[in-house]
Structure formats: C-alpha cells, structure tokens
Design a protein around this ligand. Structure first.
Ligand SMILES: Nc1ncnc2c1ncn2[C@@H]1O[C@H](COP(=O)(O)OP(=O)(O)OP(=O)(O)O)[C@@H](O)[C@H]1O
Length: 264
C-alpha cells in the first residue's frame, strides 16, 4: 500500500543550518499494516510523514501509494489518498462551522463546490451514528459550532473526518499528545476501533512507548534520520519498554538510555 524507497531530505542545504532530516529511509507497508513510530526529538518522524503527505519534495528516493508513484505530486494531489491527524486539536476542523458542516466538508473532499452541498437527512443520520461511536455525547450536538468543543472532542471529530472516506493511508502525528491522559486513552481507543473496522493502513507517531507497544502490528524507531529499529509480528507482541530502551542503547551507542533520552 505504501512503498518508501531510500528517501533523503536535507533542510537548508549548503548553509550553516543544514540539517539532514532523512538519510535513506525505506519502508514498505502492506494493506492494513499499522505501524507505530517512535524516536527522540529531531529523529525525523514528522519529516517522514510530511514527505509521504507531500508537504515538501524529497531530495532523493521514491514514494508509491497503492501503486501510484506520488513522489513528484504536490500535497493537494496526494490528499485524496491520505487522512491525517496532527497533534494540535485546532488544526483538523473549522472552528466557526458546525459539527455536521465539518463532517459534510470531509465527505465532499475533492468535489467541486456548488450543487449537492446541502446536508441530506440520510447523511445527518450517518453522522449521528458515527458520532455515537465516539461516546462523547456529540451525536446530540450536530449543529454546535466546533469552536465550542473540548480539545479531545475536536481531536475525535478530526479523526472521524480523516477516516470518513476510508483513506488508503492514515497518518497520525502524535494526535493524542496534547490531550489529558484519560481523553488521550479514549481517542486512542477510538482510533484503534476505526483502524480495525476499516482495515486502514496506518502510520502513527507517538512519544508514548507503551502506546507504541500496545498498538499496531509493527513498530519502528527512528534515530538520526534513519529507521534504527524495526520490530513486527510475534517479536513486537513480546516487546516491553525495558526491551525497547535496551535496543535503543545499542543503536545510539548510549549506555544510559532512558525514556527521557528517547522520548523527550
Ligand atoms: N521545515 C524545516 N526546516 C528546517 N529544518 C527542519 C524542518 N523540519 C524539520 N527540520 C529539522 O529536521 C530534523 C528532523 O525533524 P522532525 O520534525 O522530523 O523530527 P521529529 O522526529 O518529528 O521530532 P519531534 O519528536 O521533536 O517532533 C530536526 O533537526 C528539525 O529541526
């Protein structure tokens, strides 16, 4: 479903601020794979996602989504393939619009504005059902302005919007990091349910090692612009935080790996 081949990305090349953010990353995700991505600050996690989403071009390498080489496609041309949720709950939704209007916007993504923009009764029912699955009481607030919602409610709504049209690829960029622990757990539960229900191919960046271990069928750790650790299947199921820290010490050469070093 996603094939990343040897991608390189250097920011500010040739200046004192030169930064090699991705240094030959290759990664293949099959249909329905759910990969969690961890790594310390500046390891290249967000750059990897931005490269896949087409936020900026890569210097070298290729990116193929569902058989289409998207390497040279601008972000808006890749958007129909991709659902993305960011850390900031303010980013994925339009605050001055109603909940149902936001959902309708997501449902009509890629369609020209104009005829057919009125929300039908069937759509409203579908939205109500979807919102009910979030268990946040939003199903009775279809016409509330999104700006009135809490961060967790907004993030859950963003998740619904990003997955409404079953994207070929779901990119989650620390999407629960700005939420309080209880809300974060709830949003993550919802995430897991949607991914399983729709068998979505997913990349999820997290700073929480426990979440990275508990979710997905494969875990990668990035370090200095490379995939340093790649654990899947049975081996992943047996992973512990201690085991991960030990692996990190080996790849980083640090004898005192702790979760602060890895995840701060
Ligand atoms: N647009 C940009 N311009 C210049 N440098 C950038 C840009 N985006 C990222 N970088 C640099 O590239 C490196 C990798 O950054 P990236 O955001 O991918 O790391 P990350 O693993 O997501 O870290 P974090 O966990 O802190 O979000 C960093 O050194 C960062 O400063």
């Amino acid at each position: 479903m996603l094939e990343i081949k040897n991608i390189w990305k250097t920011f500010n090349a040739g200046t004192v601020n030169e930064k090699a953010a991705l240094r030959g990353v290759s990664l293949t995700l099959g249909d329905g794979d759910f990969i969690t991505v961890i790594g310390g600050n500046g390891a290249g996690k967000s750059t990897l996602m931005n490269a896949v989403a087409g936020v900026y071009p890569v210097d070298e390498g290729t990116i193929t989504i569902d058989g289409t080489d998207v390497t040279k496609l601008p972000e808006h041309k890749r958007a129909p393939f991709i659902g993305r949720v960011f850390q900031d709950p303010m980013m994925g939704t339009a605050a001055t619009m109603q909940i149902e209007e936001n959902l309708a916007l997501a449902a009509r993504r890629g369609q020209p504005r104009g005829l057919g923009w009125a929300i039908t009764k069937q759509e409203r029912e579908r939205y109500r059902e979807l919102l009910k699955t979030l268990d946040l009481g939003l199903e009775d607030r279809l016409t509330s302005k999104v700006g009135l919602l809490s961060g967790g409610q907004r993030q859950a709504l963003t998740l619904l919007m990003a997955t409404l049209k079953k994207p070929k690829l779901l990119l989650l960029d620390e999407h629960t990091a700005a939420l309080d622990p209880k809300t974060a757990d709830k949003v993550l539960d919802t995430t897991e349910r949607i991914i399983q229900r729709d068998k979505l191919t997913t990349l999820m960046i997290t700073h929480n090692m426990r979440d990275a271990i508990a979710h997905g069928n494969r875990l990668i750790m990035m370090y200095e612009g490379r995939v340093a650790i790649d654990v899947a299947g049975e081996e992943k199921k047996k992973l512990t935080v201690e085991g991960l820290l030990e692996m990190f010490s080996k790849v980083s050469g640090s004898t005192e790996a702790d979760d602060k070093l890895l995840l701060s």
